[in-house]
Design a protein around this ligand. Structure first.
Ligand code: BES
Ligand code: ZN
Ligand code: ZN
Length: 479
């Protein structure tokens, strides 16, 4: 999709609230539409009048006026994007309106984002590729807003590119994306946009004494990689540290998963895909904020060297951990990545992103990011960012008993707290132990990272969540 500021006098896109006067249509067409109840303006409703002898226009419903939001705009315009493609429209005009209480630039971006999202498909493994389609879309904007909107076009293109990058990474299977290819992908893509990427090999990981990460990786024949991505445009500024869970496959280890639950575990690197893609957007947009992203990438498999249920392992911090369940592996890899960030990078704050627990899906449903945090101010920044970007996020409460339940009797910590213990919360609290009082927010994306069915503006498969939240959080941090 190609966006330009201006007007082409080709197909006209008109959007309207429910039961609104349809200005822009001829009186005859308006009467025809109303009499036959062809368009009421319901959210996502579309009416087309295209082809020979038509007025060459498309109506898009926005729903009730008092329910207007950026996310509702995105969702309505996703439908428009699909309609443009279905009708093979080559160019169209959209006038950007000012809605009460919503920023003009964000409105324009929401419109574009909805449309661009209609074009995503994952066809890397199909012999016959999906049809490519593009449309020249002209935006009619207020005279004094042209510059702002033209910046907005550039930004939303980069941001959706990053979201699509994340989706592709998560959708790619584990025989294609494994620690080495994930690390190389980060290096190749991020160095293009000014992000420095360092890949630590097994020997270097051993030298750092990342015993918890190494224990998980031992059951796989593929070597682990520790990926450090640095974007440091400012002098003397503490970095925001992003940490992503990078399990390129989670078979469960000796606590092996049933086959049905295993297929989707190629997506257990969704957190790492999100932080890598966020770094891409930050670099490409030249965001003036120091950020470092970390990924401890490995597979959770079974071979003769695999760690066992019952093992007591150490960690970079030196805390010992009793492995109650080898399938609670994510927190072990994250423990060392978080401690590396907290102890070596002098961070302003740390945000980790992980497909961490099935319990999070039980608690909040499959479309919501679950958060655990030790800092109200940083959490609120993340939450505001998620709200603006249309990504659902909710914070879990933490009580004394949650903290108690991760404490061990024969080791310092337990890696699993069992059913009925508030597994999404206790997993977060396990991680908190390794952030050394750094302001920190943990985002459990086990649910919304990918889905068997399309929802909102997300396609079936990977969603790219929470790239938009992270990008906006970093961009707005100093403001
Ligand atoms: N990667 C899974 C969590 C997960 C489950 C992500 C479903 C996406 C969808 C994680 O490593 C895991 O297996 N967690 C266990 C923890 C338990 C053993 C304490 C879980 O949630 O069952
Ligand atoms: Zn697991
Ligand atoms: Zn996992």
């Amino acid at each position: 999709m190609e966006f330009k500021i201006g007007k082409s006098n080709s197909t006209k896109v008109i959007y309207a609230f429910e039961n609104c006067d349809l200005c822009g249509l001829s009186e005859t067409l308006k009467a025809y539409v109303n009499e036959n109840k062809l368009f009421k303006g319901k959210r996502g409703e579309i009416f087309t009048n295209l082809g020979p002898n038509s007025e060459n226009l498309i109506l898009v419903g926005l729903g009730k006026k008092d329910e207007i939001s950026l996310e509702n705009i995105r969702r309505s315009f996703l439908k428009l994007g699909k309609t443009l493609k279905a009708n093979n429209v080559s160019s169209c005009d959209i006038k950007i309106n000012k809605f009460e209480g919503i920023c003009y630039k964000l409105t324009a971006q929401a419109i574009m984002e909805g449309i661009i999202n209609s074009t995503y498909s994952f066809d890397k493994f199909l012999k016959e590729k999906n049809d490519k389609y593009s449309c020249e879309i002209f935006l009619e904007v207020e005279e004094d807003k042209k510059e702002k909107i033209s910046d907005g076009i550039k930004e939303i293109k980069v941001l959706t590119e990053a979201v699509f990058m994340c989706r592709d990474l998560v959708n790619r299977p584990a025989n294609d994306i494994y620690p080495e290819t994930l690390a190389n992908f980060a290096k190749d893509e991020l160095e293009k946009v000014g992000v420095n990427v360092e890949i630590l090999e097994k020997k270097q990981i051993e030298a750092l004494k990342m015993e918890a990460f190494l224990a998980v990786s031992r059951g796989s024949d593929l070597p682990p990689k520790f990926i450090i991505m640095k974007y440091l445009p400012n002098k003397d500024e503490k970095p925001i540290v992003l940490v992503g869970k990078g399990l390129t496959y989670d078979a469960g280890g000796l606590a092996i998963k049933p086959a049905t639950g295993m297929v989707d575990m190629k997506t257990d690197m969704g957190g790492s895909a999100a932080v890598i893609s966020t770094m891409y957007a930050i670099g490409k947009m030249n965001i003036q904020r120091n950020v470092i992203a970390l990924v401890a990438s490995c597979e959770n498999m079974i071979n003769g060297s695999a760690y066992r249920n019952g093992d007591i392992i150490s960690s970079m911090k030196g805390s010992t951990i009793e492995v109650i369940n080898t399938d609670a592996e994510g927190r072990l890899t994250l423990a060392d990545a978080l401690y590396y960030g907290a102890s070596k990078l002098n961070p302003e704050c740390i945000i980790d992103v992980a497909t961490l627990t099935g319990a999070c899906i039980y608690a909040l449903g499959g479309k919501v990011v679950g958060a655990v945090s030790n800092n109200d101010e940083i959490f609120e920044k993340v939450k505001n960012s998620a709200d603006i970007m249309g990504e659902y996020l909710w914070r879990f409460p933490v009580f004394e008993e949650h903290r108690e339940s991760v404490k061990g009797k024969i080791a310092d910590l337990l890696n699993s707290t069992g059913p009925g213990s508030g597994g999404a919360i206790t997993a977060g609290i396990f991680l908190e132990h390794f952030v050394e009082n750094t302001p920190w927010v943990h985002l459990d994306i086990a649910g919304p990272s990918h889905s068997a069915t399309a929802w909102g503006i997300n396609p079936q498969g990977a969603s790219g969540i929470p790239v938009k939240t992270l990008y906006n959080f970093v961009k707005k941090f100093n403001k």
